[in-house]
Ligand binder design. Structure first.
Ligand code: ZN
Length: 255
């Protein structure tokens, strides 16, 4: 455990919550507030958690906020296209320099996730209130599955199915199955540059998935996993591609 609390920013598009009565009934103060509360509940003093939303200046992700964020979580769906490319580029650079990123549910189609993955990130989906998701733990012993049993039962959830067009994950943590028989790689770890990325699919806006105990625990675990302590492992800044004459590493100030 680090001594400094992990500085977490929970980003929420906060759009469905404004336009849909159904969504507001489940998440009256927005999904981001529930996700943030879950992280606080599980990490306690180990984290300081704030939220940011699309409608804020620079979507709430100013240089100051990004510079003081160790792990960013991302939930978006209907307004991916409204996220400014300049903000996406800054988030991207922060990830390469070591900021952790947790991408949730429909965030699979966000600009930032697609940019980091380099693929379409398309998947199959079906919205059906009678759909049940079984989230199978295929990496017991991994930090992200700490406290999680063999399977998480999500009673109502949108179906996400293969083929999911992502690069092969560095680590596969969860695989889900659905009432219709589909399967989905629902928990995937990636590394880009010095940043750790975790994609976790449970969490549709019309179902109370982010209130569920095991889901809160997984997201909190993922925050801990994605965190890299800037004090113990300083960012290795590669600002140019330097020439390397023999013995360059013995001289001071070489770059
Ligand atoms: Zn959804």
């Amino acid at each position: 455990m680090s001594i400094q609390p992990i500085r977490v920013t929970v980003w929420g598009e906060n759009a469905h919550e404004k336009t849909s009565e159904t969504v507001r009934a489940v998440y009256p103060d927005g999904m981001h507030t529930v996700i943030a509360a879950g992280i606080r509940e599980y990490l306690g003093d180990g984290a300081v958690v704030r939220t940011a939303t699309l409608e804020q200046d620079e979507h709430g992700l100013t240089d100051e906020v990004l510079g003081s964020t160790d792990v960013l979580t991302w939930w978006g769906h209907m307004a991916h296209g409204k996220v400014e490319d300049a903000v996406v580029d800054k988030v991207y650079q922060r990830v390469l320099n070591g900021m952790g990123l947790i991408v949730l549910h429909s965030g699979h189609f966000s600009k930032i996730f697609r940019k980091l993955m380099g693929t379409s990130c398309a998947l199959r989906w079906r919205e059906d209130p009678n759909e049940r998701e079984l989230v199978w733990n295929v990496r017991p012993g991994h930090p992200i599955t700490k406290g999680i049993g063999p399977v998480i039962v999500v009673p109502h959830q949108e179906m996400y199915g293969e083929y999911f067009d992502i690069p092969q994950p560095d680590e596969q943590i969860f695989i889900s199955s659905f009432t219709g028989g589909e399967v989905f790689r629902s928990g995937c770890c990636f590394t880009r540059g010095q940043g750790r990325i975790f994609y976790f699919s449970p969490g549709h806006e019309t179902f109370p998935v982010y209130y569920q105990t095991e889901i809160k625990q997984v997201i909190a675990n993922a925050v801990g996993w994605a965190y890299r302590d800037p004090a113990s492992s300083p960012v290795f800044e590669i600002t140019k591609a330097p020439n390397a004459p023999t013995g360059w590493f013995e001289k001071s100030g070489n770059d």
